[in-house]
Design a protein around this ligand. Structure first.
Ligand code: URA
Ligand code: SF4
Length: 202
């Protein structure tokens, strides 16, 4: 399997979709290679495109506060996006761009092998669960094919819609509880119960 550094170089030089023509720099993602928790956002914005780092603008500031409320530090978690290059004027990423970029996030998940993937916003949710609606599944912990997922609204949505702020805060505070639950699931008791492959845990 390719190394993360190699993947970062491939992303930095990638020309596999039209976003390569308008980006300043690609934003592969960052964090410890052995992180337990991986956050997946939508795509770089203005500040991310300038600095080649994910979540460093206003949404990033809120993300750091939310991480704090969940007892996590930014330096402990892995942070990346569905698309690695900024869509012009922060428009939504197009289906063809998301598909062209899919291989990179797939490799990051394989490489980091987190215990928990936290999706931020509807594009990230749709990357994993295309049929689900964020308003129905936010705050839910679930397992599919051995991976655990927790779904959140996007922090930028809370910056624009004040009424979402409390919802996002409540959902982030469920992360420690989710990790605790995952640890228990992963340490089977003497007679493990068979678990269905896909289930909602809370
Ligand atoms: N919004 C995102 O979805 N990702 C970033 O990296 C920054 C803002
Ligand atoms: Fe390549 Fe992804 Fe950037 Fe498109 S968004 S150019 S696929 S790295």
């Amino acid at each position: 399997m390719i190394e993360l550094e190699q993947l970062y170089r491939s992303v930095a030089n990638c020309t596999d979709c039209g976003l390569c023509g308008t980006r300043t720099q690609a934003v592969p993602g960052e964090g410890p290679p052995d992180a337990d928790v991986m956050f997946v956002g939508e795509g770089p914005g203005f500040h991310e495109d300038q600095q080649a780092r994910p979540f460093v603008g206003p949404a990033g500031k809120l993300l750091e506060e939310l991480l704090g409320s969940a007892g996590l530090r930014r330096s402990d978690v892995y942070i990346t996006n569905v698309v690695k290059c900024r869509p012009p004027n922060n428009r939504d990423p197009l289906p063809a761009e998301i598909e062209a970029c899919r291989k990179y996030l797939r490799l990051q998940i394989e490489k980091i092998d987190p215990k928990l993937i936290v999706t931020l916003g509807r594009y990230s949710l749709a990357w994993f669960f295309p049929r689900d609606s964020i308003s129905k599944v936010h705050g839910h912990l679930r397992r599919q094919n051995g991976m655990h997922y927790l779904h959140m609204y996007h922090p930028a949505a809370a910056l624009h819609a004040g009424n979402l702020r409390k919802t996002i805060e409540d959902d982030f505070r469920r992360i420690p509880q989710a990790l605790e639950k995952i640890r228990r699931v992963e340490q089977p008791v003497a007679v493990p119960e068979p678990a269905p492959d896909q289930m909602r845990l809370f």
